[in-house]
Design a protein around this ligand. Structure first.
Ligand code: MN
Length: 354
């Protein structure tokens, strides 16, 4: 009984969940908040947040990789937090231990934590998270939204299949077992145009957090992208910007033996990187953009179909060695690199691809 008054007890957990005589619980009784932290940069992250919201209600917090840990820390420090969902946010060598520490604190406070993702993860971290009873839903073969759908479909509307199919398309995962079944429910072209318009609205509103939250709400209310005002018009503007990007990449593109690369100054790196890959003729493309306020470069990396190396794993290690962080999928990943190290990153990355 002395137990739960002291803060750091090594293992207060017993086989029974509740002890019969409960000391006056300081925090647990007041915990009511449900929060979902999800990735804000693509349709998979936004759609995951929407389906979690539809299934469980609560607040959505949308983050990018540079802001990921800060946001998790902030939400975790909320004494009202009862239940936390973390979606489509991969971990890296740089932050994975801190992530486990934060989750451990939350679990000690009886906060329920569900982590749903499909990025490469260190097996040791999987064990650590299972040990502290974080509900881990992790499959590198289906996008996050499809996994959210599949795990919680009893709490979701029929429309959630469409949201999940769109997310699968945007993450190049509509050919996977569950993703492909969901896409088959719908007309392929209808799903493609919806997913694409949704994506362009997300990419074009990265500096407008209120709009991104509005998108989450609308999708959670089972709206189609075309039912959200001005989405197609906005997508048209984005498309014309991308067409200009093709010309710029053709001019500014540089190559090393194994990579095409380019610094982007006036748009997002992730919007340019596919053109860098395609127009360079190399099997790996790198686009990077300075985050002036952070003194870092946000780096996007893509591999062609021929690329047989797991780029996310290489980038995870290399970025960490250079004092940054990174990781992701085999053919699509990203990194945060300290500004003075970007040249080194490119040359070392090029070497590692030999
Ligand atoms: Mn994803």
């Amino acid at each position: 009984m002395v137990v739960s008054k002291t803060k750091k007890v090594s293992k207060p957990r017993t086989s029974a969940k509740k002890t019969t005589k409960k000391p006056p619980a300081k925090n647990t009784s007041k915990r009511t908040k449900v929060v979902c932290i999800s990735h804000k940069e693509d349709a998979d992250g936004i759609s995951s947040a929407a389906l979690i919201r539809q299934a469980f209600g609560g607040d959505s917090v949308l983050v990018d990789y540079p802001g990921q840990m800060e946001a998790i820390q902030q939400v975790a420090s909320d004494e009202k937090l009862k239940s936390l969902y973390i979606c489509d946010l991969g971990l890296s060598k740089k932050n994975q231990d801190e992530f486990v520490d934060l989750m451990t604190k939350l679990r000690k406070n009886k906060v329920s934590v569900t982590y749903i993702d499909h990025h490469d993860i260190d097996p040791k971290i999987v064990k650590d998270l299972q040990k502290i009873k974080v509900k881990l839903i992790h499959d590198i073969n289906e996008c996050t939204t499809v996994q959210v759908y599949d795990s919680f479909k009893s709490k979701l509307s029929d429309h959630s299949t469409f949201i999940a199919a769109c997310a699968a398309i945007t993450d190049y995962m509509e050919d996977r077992p569950i993703g492909s079944k969901l896409l088959q429910i719908y007309d392929r072209q209808f799903a493609l145009i919806s997913a694409t318009v949704l994506t362009y609205n997300i990419v074009g509103h990265q500096k407008d957090p209120d709009y991104l939250l509005y998108l989450v709400e609308e999708l959670a209310e089972s709206k189609f992208p075309h039912e959200i005002p001005n989405t197609f018009e906005f997508a048209q503007i984005q498309v014309s910007k991308l067409a200009q990007m093709i010309a710029k990449v053709k001019q500014g593109l540089k190559t090393m033996k194994n990579i095409g690369y380019m610094e982007i100054t006036d748009a997002g790196a992730s919007g340019a990187v596919n053109f860098v890959l395609g127009l360079s003729g190399k099997d790996v493309g790198v686009a990077y953009k300075e985050r002036v306020d952070h003194g870092i470069y946000a780096v996007s990396v893509r591999g062609s179909r021929n690329c047989s190396i797991h780029l996310g794993k290489i980038v995870n290690v290399l970025a960490t060695d250079l004092g940054g962080s990174g990781g992701g999928h085999d053919k699509a990943c990203g990194a945060v690199i300290p500004k003075p190290k970007i040249k080194k990153f490119l040359t070392e990355f090029n070497k590692k691809l030999n």
